[in-house]
Design a protein around this ligand. Structure first.
Ligand SMILES: [Fe+2]
Length: 302
């Protein structure tokens, strides 16, 4: 798996511009090769003979929203075998947990783009914090377009990052990711994104074929096991903290009592030492000595 574009390390080094944070991740050779081939093979098999009309060919929805969406799509779970879909989900969830802290995802869609298909710019605000696109496109050289196109976040903060010495062209405004076979693209779907119009083929086997969906909000999850020493160390620490919590009031009372006792003791000793009358021993003076410092000073005429 090959991770490109921005990394968390870059994110840490950058200033406070929100647009400098990692919003796009691209991983090549994402799925195990065998699984990627099987998924692709399932699709090819159904379109191998255009003259055949089996019921599996009628799974597709032609999604057309004027000037916004124009593509073929179908739920991936019903399209692929149960085993292949489970392996696909496992791989996507493992990535989500490891890289994004997301342990859940929506059911995946399978979409096919032939000549004239596209998605105009939009944002998937209620869907989840991360969108994914996993390409099963075999022959991206058979058509033009079909790139996942994401607006650069710097455009959303245009004036904060404005540089009058530089020009501004398409590549300065958009990131584009070609639908290379077995490439996973993950991005922040709140940022306007789309798919550039496909031109050149009307054969579904030569078009843009992608799996896509969204990761759900990050939630805590547990993975792996702790070794015995670590468990014992943490258990002892937990017991110490619990003991401190449970006896917090006792400690406070004892500490207050001891401090108070010490202060009184020091005050008494100080009073004894402060009043000295020549010719009398300390015990005799102490018995009659005033305990207030002002009275002591007055008595001494200071
Ligand atoms: Fe979208």
């Amino acid at each position: 798996m090959d991770e490109v574009v921005q990394t968390p390390e870059q994110e840490d080094d950058d200033d406070d511009l929100w647009s400098k944070r990692a919003h796009l991740h691209v991983s090549d050779d994402f799925l195990p090769a065998g699984l990627a081939e099987r998924l692709r093979g399932s699709f090819d098999e159904r379109f191998a003979d255009p003259k055949q009309g089996g019921p599996e060919r009628f799974a597709w929805d032609y999604w057309h929203v004027p000037d916004q969406h124009n593509l073929l799509r179908t739920p991936a779970k019903a399209y692929f075998s149960e085993e292949d879909y489970r392996e696909l989900e496992d791989a996507l969830l493992a990535y989500g947990q490891d890289k994004l802290g997301c342990s859940r995802m929506t059911p995946a869609w399978l979409s096919c783009y032939v000549d004239g298909c596209y998605q105009n710019f939009h944002a998937d605000n209620p869907h989840g914090p991360w969108a994914f696109v996993l390409s099963l496109t075999r022959s991206a050289d058979r058509f033009e377009g079909g790139a996942t196109t994401i607006m650069k976040p710097s455009v959303l903060e245009y004036w904060r990052s404005y540089d009058s010495s530089k020009g501004c062209e398409f590549g300065d405004v958009f990131d584009t990711v070609a639908p290379q076979f077995n490439r996973l693209t993950v991005f922040d779907p709140r940022i306007p994104h789309g798919v550039s119009r496909v031109r050149g083929t009307q054969d579904p086997r030569e078009g843009r074929l992608v799996l896509h969906g969204w990761y759900a909000d990050p939630t805590p999850f547990f993975d792996g096991a702790l070794d015995e020493d670590t468990v014992r160390r943490r258990e002892r620490k937990r017991e110490r903290e619990k003991f401190r919590r449970d006896h917090h009031c006792c400690f406070c009372f004892l500490t207050t009592f001891l401090c108070s006792f010490q202060i009184r003791r020091w005050s008494w000793v100080g009073a004894r030492g402060a009043v000295r009358v020549p010719g009398e021993d300390r015990r005799g003076v102490a018995a009659d000595a005033p305990r207030h410092w002002d009275a002591v000073h007055q008595d001494q005429g200071s």
